[in-house]
Design a protein around this ligand. Structure first.
Ligand code: ZN
Ligand code: ZN
Length: 570
């Protein structure tokens, strides 16, 4: 019988199959030739999990290896090989002078749907109406989706992205017959380089053709996402639990999808299905993200569920010391809501996840990525606040024009130097006489010009793709929470022994468990995809018969059989 041997390396986990009579060196050669990056010669070393060196001439049997054995790999990569590119792309597709064609891009389905929706706000007939039942007049005709009065009456702080788009489109493409002009344009505050008039680049030359025009900051009227909906309250609760148990802060990635939000015209909500907790260092007063080696794998798993990263969430909690679980309210109208540092952080995340739009000159416009803060509200309760950085904030960060200041509610404007040209930046405000005036934004300006707030909540009936399975959450070693094969056995024992398929499927539907199964590496990618398919279809309304047949496939797969052997053996 073949044995599956797992190899853990800085480039990921690999699994190979060998016979009991196979020398380990044969598997190592196979790794070098097919899996590992180019190595410096004779730097590869195989070690046990205690980091004792293993003699590669010995066979798997001689080494006493069992199915699923884990081998640690150490090596030096040949220099000049792979380089890891920066995630924050500074490159923008240059805007064409007169873009008149529709850009072919793959928008999200939700955007396609809302593009085809007029979003008209219907009104009942009123006492002013002088017509019969079927008629219509200025008092009862439907309003456009961006109608300001309607939003004010319903306490909706911002119009939706698609309402804004419909408004801009109606203004930009008024007449019929003329060619289509994309109504959206991303902010670009950089010097145009090289300049079309051919002079030397900044700082040796600048002219009206390459100079960015002055910037007037206004509060953004629209938001790309209107509402964040956590599919189950325990998603947030389990996250906050890390603080309750340790007293240190925590940050996670929101995983989910987007859907229509009916409470605002042409609205969009972000549906959170799970929170992935990054590798991080946490303290009472903050945190830092560690290098995220697993990024590609995690992203792969997420997309396998038909989901995507949709935001970040972090805590800023301090116990009020009253012994009743109340927390300090640090963020309020007189302090700040999202600090200048956090706004830059949120903006950089947004730039990593651009919103694809066929109505934009270059195919994308702003982002649907959200930022949630868990902190104390004015009643001393733990509460969530949800924000997005504005499109202008994205432009300012891309052009490297702003930096966080020591005052959380003030954003600092960077100094002009030989690499950076800083245009005039003003902000619009209502002064003490109620007049709209412009103020110079240098050296710093209030951060409220760079954020919009969203609403958040939970569905009436909690029902997500994943259950609250209670599998240890990733990267929580500091709390002593680590998933292992013993836990796996405990979890699946009942389903195995009783042949209770439904229970088995329920147990499987835990995001953190599936991450563990991916990391653990016994299941191959096909088997893992099978798990994902089972979880997806059992969460949807589709017939159970498909789940049943896939479940049989999984339970009879070589990987699952190895997994059950390992979890019972150890
Ligand atoms: Zn009427
Ligand atoms: Zn120029």
């Amino acid at each position: 019988m073949g044995l599956i041997i797992r190899f853990r390396s800085k480039d990921g986990l690999f699994r190979l199959e060998g016979e009991e009579t196979t020398p380990l060196g044969v598997l190592l050669d196979e790794l070098v030739q097919t899996k590992l990056p180019p190595l410096e010669s004779s730097t590869l070393m195989a070690k046990t999990n205690n980091f004792n060196q293993i003699d590669p001439k010995l066979t798997l049997q001689e080494l006493g290896f069992k199915n699923g054995e884990m081998v640690e790999l150490q090596y030096s990569k040949r220099t000049g090989g792979q380089s890891i590119s920066g995630k924050l792309s500074e490159n923008e597709i240059p805007a064409s002078q007169n873009a008149v064609t529709t850009i072919k891009v793959n928008q999200l389905l939700i955007d396609d749907e809302l593009d085809n929706d007029k979003g008209l706000i219907t009104r009942p007939t009123s006492s002013f109406c002088r017509h019969s039942g079927m008629g219509m007049c200025e008092y009862c005709s439907p309003l456009p989706p961006w109608d300001a009065e309607y939003h004010e009456q319903n306490s909706i702080k911002h119009i939706s992205f698609h309402s804004q788009l419909a408004l801009l489109n109606s203004e930009t493409n008024k007449g019929t017959g003329s060619s289509f002009i994309p109504p959206l344009k991303q902010s670009n505050f950089k010097i145009l380089s090289p300049c079309p008039s051919g002079h030397e680049p900044w700082p040796r030359g600048i002219c009206s053709k390459c100079q960015p025009s002055s910037i007037t900051l206004k509060r953004q009227k629209f938001r790309m996402v209107d509402h964040v909906e956590f599919q189950r309250s325990d998603i947030v609760n389990n996250f906050i639990d890390s603080w309750r148990r340790s007293g240190v802060q925590r940050i996670g990635l929101l995983i989910g999808s987007y859907d229509k939000y009916e409470k605002t015209p042409l609205g969009i909500k972000a549906k959170v299905e799970a929170i992935y907790e990054f590798p991080q260092m946490d303290w009472e007063d903050g945190l830092t993200l560690n290098q995220w080696d697993e990024e590609d794998k995690v992203m792969n798993l997420i997309s396998g569920f038909g989901l995507s990263p949709i935001g970040i969430i972090f805590t800023d909690l301090s116990d009020a010391g009253n012994g009743d679980g109340s927390v300090i309210c640090k963020r309020h109208a007189d302090s700040f809501f999202l600090s200048s540092l956090e706004i830059i952080f949120a903006t950089k995340w947004q730039l990593r996840f651009p919103n694809v739009s066929r109505f934009s000159e270059n195919g994308s416009f702003s982002s649907k990525f959200v930022t949630c803060v868990v902190s104390g509200n004015t009643n001393g309760e733990i509460d969530i606040s949800t924000y997005q950085a504005s499109e202008t904030a994205e432009g300012l960060v891309k052009a490297n024009l702003i930096s966080p200041s020591t005052h959380p509610n003030q954003m600092f404007i960077n100094k002009q130097d030989s690499e950076r040209y800083v245009p005039d930046i003003l902000y619009q405000m209502v002064n003490e006489y109620g007049l709209e005036v412009k103020r110079d934004a240098k050296p710093s300006f209030p951060v409220e010009y760079l954020i919009v707030s969203l609403t958040h909540g939970f569905p009436d009936v909690e029902r997500g793709m994943f259950n609250n399975g209670g599998w240890p959450i990733e990267n929580r070693g500091y709390l002593g929470e680590v998933g292992d094969v013993h836990l796996l056995e405990k979890r699946f024992k009942h389903g195995f022994n009783n042949g209770d398929r439904q229970e088995f499927v329920n147990e499987l539907g835990d995001f953190h468990l599936l991450l563990y199964l991916q990391e653990n590496g016994v299941l191959n990618s096909k088997e893992l995809q099978l798990c994902q398919k089972i979880v997806r279809s059992s969460a949807s309304d589709s017939a159970d018969t498909t789940v049943a047949s896939e479940l049989e496939l999984l339970l009879n797969s070589a990987g699952w059989r190895s997994l059950s052997t390992i979890s019972k053996l150890l």
